[in-house]
Design a protein around this ligand. Sequence first.
Ligand code: ADP
Ligand code: MG
Length: 725
Amino acid sequence: MISLSTPIQEIPRVGVAYSKKLKKFGIKTVQDLLFYFPARYDDFSEIISISQARNKLGEVACVQGEIIEIETTKSIYGRMAITKALVQDLTAQIYVVWFNQPYLEKSLKENDFICLAGKISLGKEGLYFNSPAYERINEIGENEELTHTGRIVPVYSETRGITSRWLRYVIKPLLYRFCDQIQESLPKEIIKKYKFLPIQEAVWQLHFPDSFEHADAAKARFSFEELFLIQLNVLKEKIKLMLKKAPACPMDAELMKNFTDSLAFKLTDSQKKCAFAILKDLEKTVPMSRLLEGDVGSGKTIVATMAALSVIKNNHQVAFMAPTEILAKQHFRTVTESLKNFDVRVGLMTGKDARIFKDGETTEVSKKSFLGDLENGQLDIAIGTHSLIQKGVEFKDLALVILDEQHRFGVEQRDHLIKGKKSVPHLLSMTATPIPRTLALTVYGDLDLSLIDEMPKNRKKIKTIIVEPSQRKDAYEFIKKEVAGGKGVFVIFPKIDSQATKLKEAIEKHGPMTGSFVPQHYDLKSLGINEVKALKEEYEKLSKEVFPDLRITMLHGKMKAPEKERIMLDFKKGEIDILLSTSVVEVGVDVPRATIMMIEGAERFGLSQLHQFRGRVGRSDMQSYCFLFTTDPSMLNRKRLKALVESDNGFTLAEKDLEIRGPGSLYGTQQWGIPDMAMQGLSNVFLVEKTRAAAKELLEKDPELKNYPELKERLKQFQTRIHFE
Ligand code: ADP
Ligand code: MG
């Protein structure tokens, strides 16, 4: 007996080979297949006569007629099958041409009736249908049972070996058999309140809509449902956490004052406000889950340091995790520097080595002794990358976890810290990635938000300039002047090697390549390809030709950590004038003496990322500059780069990215596995707010969803699919 839960390989039209392909989309059962929704539709709903179609050159038309002739031949070079048919109805005749579909010869015969939908083109022999969608019909005028033509036709996102046509062919009969067995998952009250289509009708209308209004109504229902599931998910997590205990760390106001007095600068009001909210959270026995959000350079590290100090002085331990080793080391330096008079023992653990700062001195230690100190409570704060939470790292009494740019850490890693512990550490997560309101209310809905919305007073606005190719020389001259004044310069490249270099290297290694598709030439310029500049090549050029007298160094992800660290330090100290790099410097690196950020191939980066790069300069009271170079003159690209010139606000830019590139551009959303409909819903604040309110209301009534077994089951499936970071 076939049912909704039957594995798809048991469906005759699917079989083993296709079921393997479908599994790649996560489709395992009949129900999964019915919930595999189309990405868009083709509107073939208006059927016209062939004589009318003959007036629609260049447009899409749908007609019905009888096949008068049909023949398949080979193209001149014998590579391609061409099927040509003549079709007529009562009004006229028209040719139809299909390329490379030799099986048509068998499935379509003279005197067959057929429905066609596709583009009308003009060829040597007159007007013709160019590779239209088609299906056989019993008679002209039939439009009841059309699947691929003569209606609004679903188009699915396809991969190799699975076409939309095949999916329609498989899904439609399954809908007839099983659609009315699908159980409603949304609570009745919600369906009634928002006048949603019931699930069975919504599933049907999504695949084979009666009209675009019907399709929209069905989409609205599922957008709501998927966001609703996200909300239930995060709210449930939040409730779970609130039932756990965390070590209370009462705040010592005098200590905090001493600390801020010891700094070389005054905290901004925003920093104070955020620090206070965090310190207050730490006093509670409920674990804190707070996201500290602030634009690059807004000074989040010092706020985190205050939280750490408070916890340490309550005799607990802190873990401070950065996304890269460079950043971990930078945090180690900042933290040891700012806490040097507060008798705190700071440890740094990166891939291979470990260091401990104690009594004003830093010493290298073995990893083993580092881990021992951590376990015995001889260390107050451990700084590192995710290696800090790997197996074998035990804290004596961990009470606060600080995550810098948390997106880079997986959820399992965060869970690892909490698992099996009686007492759960507080969590402070920091990010410079602006989080639009809809995301704050969904994906980050389990976190409390603190926002540093003010820059340190001494900062000047960074001048951002799109540099035209003709002005490149001027930019170089300007750089020379700045360097002469002791300033540092970053140059960012989208890639390390150019295509040309790679080809050249390959040819040197393997000898000349053969075969008609391999370019014999590796000088792409002479082929008219204007390639984006690449790090290694430009290094040669800049260090030998453009700035022979300056100290130029490369930094990229393929280098070993100690080397990267040494270079960053030299740059910071002023022993390097120009640092050429890839996106490794994207987050967090702090070099106050750097005043120029020059970006090659700027079109290759998202706005938020460019804004991050720009945030590497302007970290002191000196005027700083951001030079944008681009090889892509398109309007869209101009528009994006202009937005960067006009705005220095990461939020505005993230919203702009959202507007220009869609929700997929938001940091992380690609990896989260959020379903398409929820993704579309994420640009709709009203919908997000509605779903949040609905989820809250439901969980207050029924926290375990006891009365909503279908919803509970759907939520369980949903949780295995998504993975927020
Ligand atoms: P981000 O928020 O991007 O992580 P950082 O914490 O690295 O920023 O701070 C950027 C720089 O600004 C650091 O050199 C830091 O010492 C400095 N800074 C932080 N707060 C202030 C302030 N209130 N006034 C002046 N400089 C500050
Ligand atoms: Mg930072």
